[in-house]
Design a protein around this ligand. Structure first.
Ligand code: FAD
Length: 320
């Protein structure tokens, strides 16, 4: 038997890491939306998240606004962007070009996705990659070619994970097999699809760990404060919202009441995930900060203080 490693005999070397915090943003569709988004970005920045993810339209249609937003985040804020990228809508050659472009601007995190298939049933772009797994392999290939340029930071590749069955998948067991395949192809971490029941994240974690998935699986939570949005997201993702939550939101007397109900429900989901061992919380913001900040205040995540943090961010951390 080999002797225990030096690291195992030093408990202080394996201290638990702080809980990660991140937000999802989407590129604005108009100048007015851009103005609102930048107010949100400045508010969220005060909470010193570890990264903010920027979505990518599966058709590739918002490519320019996504790249522009990422550039501004890098140039004008203290935030680290995680760029979403999808197989659908671009050829592999175009994707390799976009990956190179992202790296040139300083991006070091990419969320590799298949992307939603066109709603009208139109065929994906000829020759496009079929699965997220193929995109991970492409990213790793581009990275390998540029390894001398990446000595101060390689690419962290994230993927999607599903607490409830992906609509096109035969079973939850198949979803976990796909997640394992993505890990084998080089994924470093996963962020989950939205979920509406407190046990769903823990169940996914158990299934995934049993199957051999070892990468961090970060729960994605959405402030459940808008009845319309919860319903719409349920339709888009195929995830069934909890009927009792829909009822409570529908019978609320005011926006303030809906905010309270929705934030409390989301706090329950996030706390259940943290108790199950979640290494972080990813908040789907829909480019709004109020409910995300309310959620954070109620969650009181154990966060580290950043040396470069702005005074208002430090005050928020102390208050939580
Ligand atoms: P994949 O992992 O490729 O899976 C797609 C389907 O193929 C699944 O049913 C899976 O079971 C099956 N499959 C995968 N690999 C194999 C294989 N080897 N053999 C057989 N079957 C296989 N969409 C966007 O368009 N833009 C975004 O910015 C975006 N951001 C997202 C962020 C997060 C955190 C999440 C969870 C989803 C996001 N989506 C986004 C939605 C996502 O693109 C859809 O859920 C899409 O339908 C599947 O993407 P995927 O990366 O999971 O695909």
């Amino acid at each position: 038997m080999s002797p225990p490693s030096l690291i195992d005999t030093h408990p202080n070397l394996s201290d638990t890491a702080p809980v990660a915090l991140s937000y999802e943003l989407f590129p604005p569709r108009s100048p007015a939306a851009a103005e609102t988004l930048w107010t949100t970005i400045r508010e969220l920045e005060t909470t010193a998240p570890d990264y903010v993810s920027v979505t990518y339209g599966a058709s590739g249609s918002n490519r320019d606004t996504a790249v522009e937003l990422i550039n501004r985040l890098l140039l004008e804020t203290t935030l680290r962007p995680l760029a979403h990228l999808t197989c659908v809508g671009n050829t592999p050659q175009e994707l390799a070009g976009i990956i190179g472009e992202l790296l040139d601007t300083g991006v070091r995190g990419i969320l590799a996705l298949r992307g939603d298939l066109p709603k009208d049933g139109a065929a994906p772009v000829a020759g496009s990659l079929r699965y997220a797994q193929d995109l991970i392999e492409l990213i790793r290939r581009v990275e390998q070619r540029r390894s001398a340029l990446l000595c101060a930071g390689k690419i962290a590749v994230g993927v999607a994970a599903y607490p409830t069955r992906h609509p096109e998948s035969p079973s939850e067991a198949h979803d976990v097999e796909v997640l394992l395949a993505k890990q084998r192809s080089g994924a470093d971490f996963a962020i989950t699809q939205v979920f509406f029941h407190t046990d769903q994240y823990a169940d996914l974690l158990t299934r995934a760990r049993r199957a051999g998935v070892t990468i961090p699986i970060i729960p994605g939570v959405m402030p459940l404060t808008s009845l319309r949005r919860v319903r719409r997201l349920g339709e888009l993702t195929g995830v069934e919202p909890a009927p009792e939550l829909l009822e409570r939101l529908a019978s609320a007397d005011s926006d303030l009441e809906r905010l309270r109900i929705g934030v409390d429900a989301t706090v329950d989901l996030a706390n259940a995930a943290l108790q199950a061992g979640a290494p972080g919380i990813h908040i789907y913001t829909f480019n709004e900060h109020q409910s995300a900040l309310e959620l954070l205040d109620k969650l009181a995540l154990p966060r580290r203080t950043h040396p470069g943090i702005r005074p208002d961010a430090a005050a928020r951390q102390l208050a939580s």
